[in-house]
Write a protein that binds this ligand. Structure first.
Ligand code: URA
Length: 199
């Protein structure tokens, strides 16, 4: 797929999400957070759902967790504009509660389409929630394990629908490092695995 086609397909998703009323979250959100970054990214980071700041700006990972993500990217010499960042849910759940199953069912198809269009080499899942969703979707038997057992591991998968191949690398959610230096060190080490896989 050439760049123009990718841009058009991603723009079509954006327009659909803006109008989407498949779940109730459109009623309480300010802006949808569709995704940001390079349409030819080799690595795609996937979080859970927008927080308060993301909801106001429409930009993924622009709050406190986003500052940590930026720091982790620069620790491996990767520019934020070279990766693509998206979430499972495009709209903020009120009071940052966990996504409800019907919200994920309604929203995740947008993310799966984004993945198929961008076709990154690596899908780096941020935190338990997105890791579980992505591993389960791709039929990885370890999908039931917790993030502390999965982080830093690599899973070679094939999309059952598009037949495209990806390497999934689960990572802790950057928010865990806001008040925990030890987790930040672990995250830095795990980001090196992403970097190695890129090289
Ligand atoms: N946490 C997430 O999972 N995603 C964001 O975009 C921001 C915070």
């Amino acid at each position: 797929m050439n760049e123009n086609q990718k841009d058009n397909l991603l723009l079509a998703i954006k327009e659909e999400v803006i109008k989407c009323q498949e779940c109730q979250l459109y009623k309480t959100r300010t802006l949808p957070v569709i995704g940001q970054g390079n349409h030819n990214a080799q690595v795609m980071f996937i979080g859970e759902a927008p927080g308060a700041k993301e909801d106001k700006t429409g930009v993924p990972f622009c709050g406190e967790a986003g500052q940590i993500l930026n720091l982790l990217l620069s620790s491996i010499d990767v520019k934020r504009e070279d990766v693509y960042i998206a979430n499972i849910l495009k709209d903020r759940p009120p009071a940052n509660r966990e996504p409800a199953p019907e919200e994920v069912k309604a929203c995740a198809p947008y993310l799966l389409r984004q993945i198929a269009i961008i076709e990154p080499q690596i899908i780096a899942t941020l935190g338990n929630y997105s890791t579980h969703f992505i591993l389960e979707y791709f039929g990885v038997p370890e999908s039931h394990l917790g993030i502390s057992q999965l982080r830093g591991k690599k899973f070679a998968v094939q999309d059952p629908l598009t037949k495209k191949h990806y390497t999934i690398i689960p990572l802790y959610h950057p928010a865990v490092a806001i008040y925990n230096r030890h987790r930040l060190d672990e995250l830095k080490n795990d980001f090196k695995i992403v970097k190695e896989q890129l090289n």
